[in-house]
Design a protein around this ligand. Structure first.
Ligand code: TXA
Ligand code: MG
Length: 336
């Protein structure tokens, strides 16, 4: 199948709508990363998404809608604090996990009794969701475990000849996936950190927890995605603290293959004279989030061993950035 990349116009939206209502998948831009979208009511379409991505069948999907009105059509329990969070952050990079109501395909939630929903703010995502006017389930548009896509070209690299259409909305500004927040309990609990921070959520509703799965317990994991290795470039990737940078570089250079370093701008001074490529995440937390995936994909092209260096700032949006970096890395051991 030919994979077309189209700018978002009335014509491309009409084609996208036709594909969706025939049970196909369409890649769409969002303010976080690109998504691989399908009709949330259509069992076969939802299953197709899992198949195309190679996604484990126990990792549930997020339903995307374009208004609060549409969100309320697929959930029923709505605690007052969740409403406050929607008013404060949506449309935007926050996903809310509600008790499920059975209104979308059972394949969306993979046997969990909850449903994740979000309202993206990206103009192109809004236009697409408005055109189809049904909930669209969309995981990140990368082959399972690969780095998430922040441009139409990234999606093309993973799904050329596998999907019919990529709606091109330009580079994603946010750069890492939405914050996933459970709103089924007394207080919101973050299941996956992201662009909306724990501090921001707590400032709106007074309190916010953070979920860490107890892997030894028999309890069913609340968000299966937290268990998987993710976001990995196809080169060996190791993570170090800034203090260990030079030691790590020396050890990695002794290995065969091309070495590159990825880190915040401030560490450029350490590596400038070493003659190895430096992938510069930038200076601010929003810059680092927005460049991360593009640079991890770049690393695949320029090196065999990537040394990622932990940025100094580790709170706020950096919680999400570090979470993705850690999952991209095979180890934090200096190779020998
Ligand atoms: O920014 C985003 O959220 C992007 C864009 C495309 O919207 N989507 C995205 O989807 O990152 P995906 O499928 O790559 O990641 C969804 C995450 C997974 O970790 C999954 O386990 C979790 O959300 N999730 C989905 N439904 C859930 C549920 N009912 N309960 C708990 N976690 C859920
Ligand atoms: Mg993903």
């Amino acid at each position: 199948m030919e994979t077309k990349i189209e700018k978002i116009t009335a014509d491309s939206l009409a084609v996208a709508k036709k594909i969706i209502f025939e049970g196909g998948v369409v890649a769409m831009p969002t303010e976080t990363v690109y998504g691989l979208g399908g009709n949330a009511f259509d069992d076969a379409a939802v299953q197709r998404i899992f198949a195309v991505k190679g996604r484990p069948s126990d990792n549930p999907l997020i339903a995307h809608v374009h208004t609060d009105y549409d969100l309320l059509k697929i959930i029923d329990y709505d605690p007052p604090y969740a409403k406050k969070l929607r008013e404060a952050f949506l449309p935007g990079p926050l996903t809310l996990v509600y008790p499920s109501t059975g209104k979308v395909s059972p394949y969306v939630s993979c046997g969990l009794n909850t449903l994740a929903v979000r309202i993206p703010s990206h103009e192109g995502a809004q236009a697409f969701l408005k055109a189809v006017d049904i909930p669209i389930v969309a995981p990140s548009a990368n082959v399972s475990k690969h780095v998430s896509p922040t441009s139409a070209q990234h999606v093309f690299e993973d799904f050329n000849e596998k999907i019919p259409l990529i709606l091109d909305g330009g580079a994603c500004e946010g750069g890492i996936e939405s914050t996933v927040c459970d709103v089924t309990g007394e207080i919101p609990v973050i299941l996956r950190p992201g662009l909306v921070t724990r501090e921001q959520i707590a400032a709106v509703v007074g309190d916010c927890g953070e979920y860490t799965p107890d892997l030894s317990a028999k309890e069913k994991v609340k968000s299966p995605g937290v268990l998987y290795k993710h976001y990995s470039p196809r080169c060996k990737t190791v993570l170090f603290s800034a203090e260990e940078t030079q030691k790590a570089i020396a050890a990695c250079r002794a290995e065969t293959g091309r070495v590159a370093v990825l880190g915040e701008h401030a560490i450029l001074a350490f590596v400038a004279d070493m003659g190895i490529p430096f992938l510069d995440l930038g200076e601010t937390e929003t810059e680092m989030a927005s460049r991360l995936y593009d640079l991890l994909r770049e690393a695949e092209k320029v090196c065999d061993v990537l040394i990622a260096v932990e940025p100094k700032k580790q709170d706020g949006v950096m919680v999400g950035v570090l979470n993705r970096l850690r999952k991209a890395c095979v180890s934090t051991d200096i190779p020998h």
